[in-house]
Design a binder for this molecule. Structure first.
Ligand code: NAD
Length: 320
């Protein structure tokens, strides 16, 4: 019998790549999404597969899945600032009630659950790079607090289910990830820069561009998730690419890749925007024997080619 995995947030960027990976590994995949930020286009190639099912469901409501479950991957949540600032209450609810429902389901089915946490639990970090032992510097009442605190609560309740109900749990702290199936208009730096270049607009950098980010290609992240799920490690693990770059240099890389005659312009920095981000991946290397394989030049080229191949009306689409 095939192992059965439930993936929440399956119609989103990361969830859809996870569906592909688990189908490829020979699992029966049950995908769940309420499509609040996701798109069925990311999954339609899987619909003819008898080992793939899709449930249109909001995970903040009671979750019923018939039959057995071996694994649950809880990825449902708005993930980009443009989304969670627009739907802050839903963001808190999916981190809190959605996670609670998924943990309850894991307990009832005897399934192992992996929850998608984030580097945002470190807030605007005071240590650099961030190790899993760092407790973070989050402003709970700032605009980004709805996402950061939802994810911090998610980690706490996950650990509580592990300690008190003996549920097998895994927590991944994902750092900025990019690749095909991101949305051009999701407000994150990478698709925003590429979208502006494709439309022939100036590239907008917020602040003076000295703030740093580290970008992990999606196939590397998926490999890290897969290894963590199958490991026996319970504490949080950072997965990300430590190759750090300033946003100004990154905007220049996008400019030279696209070859479009546009320039970089600077606008004021949003509130609580982290100044630097870089994962310490010592733990992932030691425990999972994992490290990123795709360098930024390759990953950026693939991602650019994906966006370029979309019908041009997609380049001009407004956020949902
Ligand atoms: P995404 O917006 O592309 O996907 C999220 C999916 O969750 C969407 O399909 C959305 O419709 C679905 N969803 C939201 N609320 C739901 C609900 N109540 N019920 C059912 N489905 C719901 O975002 P993504 O980039 O794929 O992120 C996926 C997960 O990974 C999120 O939990 C996010 O916090 C986490 N994460 C992502 C990154 C990144 O760089 N992409 C970084 C850190 C953490």
């Amino acid at each position: 019998m095939k192992k059965r995995v439930l993936i929440t947030g399956a119609a989103g960027f990361l969830g859809s790549h996870l569906c592909d990976r688990f189908i490829k590994e020979g699992y029966h995949v049950i995908a769940m999404d309420n499509l609040i930020t996701g798109d069925l286009k990311n999954l339609e190639h899987l619909f003819p597969n008898p080992d793939f099912e899709f449930y249109h469901h909001d995970v903040t409501k009671y979750i019923h899945v018939p039959g057995s479950l071996d694994y649950i991957l809880h990825f449902a949540s708005p993930a980009s600032p443009i989304d969670y600032l627009k739907i802050p209450i839903q963001t808190l609810k999916v981190g809190a009630m959605g996670t609670h429902n998924c943990l309850g389901l894991a307990k009832a089915k005897g399934a192992r659950i992996l929850v998608a946490s984030t580097s945002e639990v470190y807030g605007d970090p005071l240590i650099h790079p961030q190790t899993e032992e760092y407790w973070g510097n989050v402003n709970p009442v700032g605009p980004r607090g709805v996402y950061d605190e939802a994810k911090r609560y998610m980690e706490s309740i996950t650990m509580a289910y592990h300690t008190f109900h003996k549920v097998e749990t895994r927590i991944i702290r994902i750092f900025n990830t990019y690749g095909p199936r991101m949305r051009l208009n999701d407000g994150r730096a990478l698709p925003a820069f590429i979208g502006q270049a494709l439309r022939g607009e100036n590239i907008t950098v917020f602040g003076d561009g000295s703030q740093t980010r580290s970008f992990c290609y999606v196939s590397d992240l998926v490999e890290g998730i897969y290894r963590l799920l199958l490991s026996d490690y319970v504490n949080p693990v950072n997965i990300g690419n430590p190759d750090e770059i300033s946003l100004k240099d990154f905007a220049e890389e996008v400019l030279s890749l696209t070859g479009n005659a546009v320039k970089i312009i600077y606008k004021p920095l949003p509130v609580d925007d982290p100044k630097q981000r870089k994962p310490d991946i010592t733990k992932a290397k030691a425990i999972l024997n994992w490290e990123p394989k795709v360098n930024r030049a390759e990953g950026l080229k693939d991602t650019y080619n994906y966006f370029k191949s979309l019908p041009p009306e997609e380049w001009f689409k407004q956020p949902k």
